[in-house]
Design a protein. Structure first.
Length: 211
């Protein structure tokens, strides 16, 4: 696999209220749908996708469907079959799912402080650590590359902000603390290309709202 196109789902019904939606299955909002359509209209129509992966949550599946509909209208060949993979889901925030961050601060202040000091290795109550998200995203990527056909192909991956942060750290060998040093907006694209000279991944686009 020489190209990874990582797309974050669009704005959701909880985005404006600030509700924490890690594993919670929240739908796209109208705003999110429109933003994904704009992204779809510009998302590298020249790229011949050989693999297509998606997180199984409805906000990512809806985003994926909009992308596929747009790309198929401009392509003379069928797109690859979509593969849903649980390893691409967002971080599990456990007991904090559905709360806003101000509510978490008020109701779980001590736990929030402890988590904030080491979010890589500590989890929200009942949730998972970022290291666990790294591990499952890394396992997905390793399997993807091991079964890569053709070896110079391009994969579309429709997923979540946390999973994109994790995959960037895995591919680029970044320290995990760097995962929070860049933005991954809703309905944005990150494009990673594997350099032929040394097989190293390089960033071609990061947090781009258009191709």
């Amino acid at each position: 696999m020489n190209n990874l196109y990582l797309v974050r789902h669009g704005h959701t019904l909880w985005s404006d209220t600030g509700g924490i939606a890690g594993r919670t299955d929240i739908a796209l909002s109208d705003q999110g749908t429109q933003a994904v359509k704009r992204l779809a209209d510009s998302v590298l129509p020249q790229a011949a996708f050989t693999r297509w992966y998606c997180s199984p949550l409805q906000r990512t599946q809806a985003t994926s469907l909009l992308l596929r509909e747009s790309l198929q209208q401009r392509s003379t060949s069928p797109l690859p079959t979509q593969i849903l993979d649980e390893r691409l889901v967002e971080l599990d925030f456990g007991d904090w799912e559905g709360l806003t961050w101000p509510q978490v601060h008020e109701e779980h202040g001590d736990l929030l402080h402890a988590w904030g000091e080491d979010w890589i290795n500590r989890s929200p109550p009942g949730g998972e650590t970022f290291q666990q998200q790294i591990d499952r995203c890394s396992a997905w990527l390793g399997e993807c590359l091991a079964h890569d056909s053709p070896p110079d192909g391009s994969a579309m991956v429709v997923t979540h902000g946390g999973s994109i942060r994790a995959l960037l750290c895995v591919c680029l060998g970044w320290p995990l603390k760097r995962a929070m040093q860049f933005e991954v907006d809703p309905a944005s694209l990150c494009w990673l290309n594997r350099r032929s000279a040394d097989d190293a991944w390089v960033v071609r686009k990061l947090n781009s709202p258009y191709a």
